[in-house]
Ligand binder design. Structure first.
Ligand SMILES: [Fe+2]
Length: 287
C-alpha cells in the first residue's frame, strides 16, 4: 500500500506537516500541524493550517485522524483548529500522561488541568493499529526525544516525528525532561528494522552542510547507510556520547514555553480568566 503523501513545510519553525491520503479514495490523516504564533506579540494565526484546510477542501478529502507524533517543543499544534474546520479525531501516544505530569508541575497548573490524556480523542500504545479509510496505520512507540514519541507507519510510509532527521543532519535532541539518548538509539533501531524501501518522512528539516534546500523524505535503507549520527552500524556507546555532548551545546527552542503549555492540552489554550483573557506562563529558571 502506497499512500499519497503531501508535505507542508513551515519555514518559521522548520516543521513539516503531512497529509496522508489513501491511494484510491478520499480518506486522509493530518500529522503534526502548525498553529502560527508570534511570541513577541502573543498573536496566533492560522495561515499555515489554512493551507492544509484548503488542500483538503480542494481535493474533497475526508479527514479521519489528526495525529501528533509527540508534544512538540518548537511549535504550537493546530489540531483543534483543524478539527473544528475539517473534523477527525486527535491522537497522540499514551505516554502523554507523563508529559502532562512533568509540565503540569513546571507550569504550576491547578487541579483543573487533567493529567490523564483526556484532552485527546485517542491515546495510542506501541503495537496499536488504526485505519485511514482502507489503509491501516501501525503505531510504534519510539521514545528518547520525549517519553511519548510515536512513529506512525501507514502502508510503505513511516512518519518518524523527531527521532531521525534527514541522513545528512542526523537525529533529534534528547535533553528535554524525560528524554534519553539510550532510548532514542533503541527507538531508531526499531524504525531501521522496517523494510529498506520504507519511505521515511521526518518532522523537521534545517538543511545541512553541503545542502541548501529543505528536504524531508528519505528511506530506511538510506538512513542505515548514510545517517551521520547512527548509520553504518554505529554503536549505542558512540551514539550516546555524541548525542549528549551535542545536546549540552543546544539552546532551548524559541517557542518551548508556549508550545508545551498548549500542546500538552492537545493544542488548546489554557482556560480563559473571568473576562475571557487567555495567558501563558513563563516559569523562571525552570528549564
Ligand atoms: Fe520535537
Amino acid at each position: 500500500m502506497t499512500p499519497i503523501v503531501k508535505a507542508f513545510f513551515d519555514p518559521e519553525t522548520n516543521t513539516v506537516s503531512y497529509l496522508v491520503q489513501e491511494p484510491e479514495g478520499t480518506a486522509c490523516a493530518i500529522i503534526d500541524s502548525v498553529l502560527d504564533f508570534d511570541h513577541a506579540s502573543g498573536r496566533t494565526d492560522t495561515s499555515s493550517a489554512d493551507q492544509i484546510v484548503a488542500y483538503v477542501r480542494d481535493n474533497d478529502l475526508r479527514v479521519e485522524w489528526i495525529l501528533e507524533s509527540h508534544v512538540h517543543a518548537d511549535h504550537l499544534s493546530a489540531a483543534p483548529y483543524l478539527q473544528q474546520e475539517l473534523g477527525g479525531k486527535i491522537g497522540i501516544g499514551e505516554q502523554i500522561v507523563t508529559i502532562q505530569d512533568t509540565f503540569g508541575k513546571i507550569f504550576n497548573e491547578g487541579t483543573e488541568f487533567q493529567r490523564d490524556g483526556s484532552q485527546f480523542d485517542a491515546l495510542f500504545q506501541d503495537g496499536d493499529s488504526f485505519h485511514v479509510g482502507q489503509m491501516r496505520g501501525d503505531v510504534l512507540h519510539t521514545p528518547g526525544h520525549t517519553p511519548a514519541c510515536l512513529t506512525y507507519v501507514i502502508g510503505d510510509a513511516a512518519f518518524v516525528g523527531d527521532t531521525l532527521f534527514m541522513p545528512d543532519f542526523g537525529t533529534a535532541r534528547c535533553d528535554f525532561p524525560g528524554g534519553s539518548s539510550e532510548q532514542l538509539f533503541e527507538s531508531i533501531q526499531k524504525i531501521l528494522s522496517l523494510p529498506d524501501e520504507t519511505r521515511i518522512f521526518v518532522g523537521h528539516d534545517y538543511k545541512a552542510p553541503g545542502r541548501d534546500e529543505f528536504a524531508w523524505e528519505t528511506t530506511v535503507g538510506e538512513q542505515k547507510a548514510l545517517n551521520v549520527h547512527i548509520g553504518q552500524g554505529k554503536s549505542i556507546e558512540e551514539f550516546v556520547e555524541m548525542r549528549d555532548a551535542r545536546d549540552a551545546t543546544l539552546p532551548m527552542p524559541r517557542l518551548i514555553l508556549p508550545s508545551l503549555q498548549v500542546n500538552m492540552r492537545a493544542g488548546q489554550m489554557p482556560p480563559a480568566d473571568e473576562k475571557g483573557n487567555v495567558f501563558l506562563k513563563v516559569p523562571i529558571n525552570k528549564l
